[in-house]
Design a protein around this ligand. Structure first.
Ligand SMILES: Cc1ncc(COP(=O)(O)O)c(C=O)c1O
Length: 385
């Protein structure tokens, strides 16, 4: 059998570690093991009935054809309305696009603006896909990390070169759950206007906020910033619709238009049924997300209390639904996660996935009884040493 050489671009990327761990968990479950799965960042709530009905009605009414590549006009209108009412951002339909999840939006955005050799600043700990998407686009991810994992204008300034094209920011953050303050965003705003850098602002966890933390959209921080920003969001997390695969973005029309041209050759339109469901989600109530946030807050406190009692260092989670904690110097983070899964049947995600070895991400997207048991087992692991 002939073996064909693969492209340099795909050879440069690693598979998503989250989905690799997930495959291992599924295998263990298939063999009858009860696994406490705190690996995947997926809400353990069901999509609302009104959204499911919209999808069912779309099928019954034969709305099963290709749609406009950028998205159905009524969904683009709903996205514009959402940006205006939730984020104070006025976009027209020409300035927005929908895609197969925020992940594909990020791919389209970075692929559209990145010339081979361009640098994209990625702040560590980072969501797993930012560096890999940059590499696929022929760009070079430039990783910036600070000791407290918070924003530092100084650290970013040092990383800027003549080749810097864009910076990816993510607040509330996966995996640290840090929420950027208004001051931090404004400071970044001054920096990117000075050096003419595009900001790709991933705001997918905007609704998951705790302890009075507030979310601010980067593009809304100053009137000119809309010209410097692609604002990324999606329905996966807010509406517990991960399987529907709908993400969206707002940005300068000349970039959005080319993202659409790229999408026209990648997937044509996205699923028509998912788009009908997304219209319903974006225009409907926020009861589900409010309910999720209340429940996640209880779980967050539970995890933080247990870690505190164990004397484990962690980043105070202000948003999203993760707790990022430190296992070094007692453990190597990869080894910690491997043994925890093998011996204690608890799945976590090692910091290596996020460019931060020595740390581990816990996603508290399981019911409280399972979470308590998982925390008990994590405690056993720490005590065993
Ligand atoms: C920070 C961040 N951005 C984007 C995504 C992708 O979301 P979607 O399901 O819309 O592709 C995720 C999913 O885990 C995420 O954590």
């Amino acid at each position: 059998m002939p073996k064909f050489a693969l492209s340099g671009a795909v050879r440069s990327i690693e598979p998503s570690p989250t989905f690799e761990i997930e495959a291992k968990v599924k295998e263990m479950q298939k063999n009858g093991a009860k696994v406490f799965n705190l690996n995947l960042g997926e809400p353990d709530f069901f999509t609302s009935d009104n959204v499911k009905s919209a999808a069912l009605i779309a099928i019954v009414e034969n709305k099963t054809r290709y749609t406009q590549v950028k998205g159905m006009p009524k969904l683009l209108e709903a996205v514009c309305e959402k940006f205006k009412s939730d984020n104070g951002l006025v976009y027209t339909p020409k300035e927005v696009i929908v895609s197969n999840g925020a992940k594909q939006i990020l791919y389209l955005a970075i692929r559209t603006v990145c010339e081979v050799g361009d640098e994209v600043i990625v702040l560590a700990p980072y969501w797993v896909s930012y560096p890999e998407i940059t590499k696929l686009a022929g760009g070079k991810p430039v990783i910036v990390k600070t000791d407290d994992f918070r924003f530092s204008a100084e650290a970013i300034r040092k990383a800027i070169t003549r080749k810097t094209k864009a910076i990816v920011i993510n607040s509330p953050n996966n995996p640290t759950s840090i929420v950027w303050t208004k001051d931090e965003l404004e400071e970044l705003g001054k920096l990117v206007m000075k050096y003419r850098i595009l900001v790709i602002s991933d705001e997918i966890y905007e609704r998951f906020l705790f302890d009075g933390a507030k979310h601010f959209s980067f593009a809304a921080m100053a009137p000119k910033l809309k010209n410097y920003t692609i604002t990324v969001n999606g329905v996966s997390k807010t509406y517990a619709m991960t399987g529907f695969r709908v993400g969206y973005a707002g940005g300068p029309a000349y970039i959005i238009e080319k993202m659409a041209d790229l999408q026209s050759h990648v997937s044509s339109s996205i699923c028509s049924i998912s788009q009908e469901a997304a219209v319903e989600a974006l225009s409907g109530g926020k009861e589900l997300v409010n309910k999720m946030v209340r429940e996640f807050d209880e779980r967050r406190k539970l995890v933080c209390d247990d870690l505190r009692n164990l004397g484990v260092e962690f980043i105070k989670p202000e948003g999203a639904y993760y707790v990022f904690f430190k296992v070094e110097p007692h453990f190597d983070s990869m080894h910690f996660c491997e043994i925890l899964l093998q011996d204690f049947k608890v799945a976590l995600n090692p910091g290596e996935s996020f460019g931060t070895p020595g740390w581990v991400r816990l996603s508290y997207t399981v019911n409280r009884d399972d979470l308590k048991e998982a925390m008990y087992r994590i405690g056993m692991m720490f005590r065993r040493g």
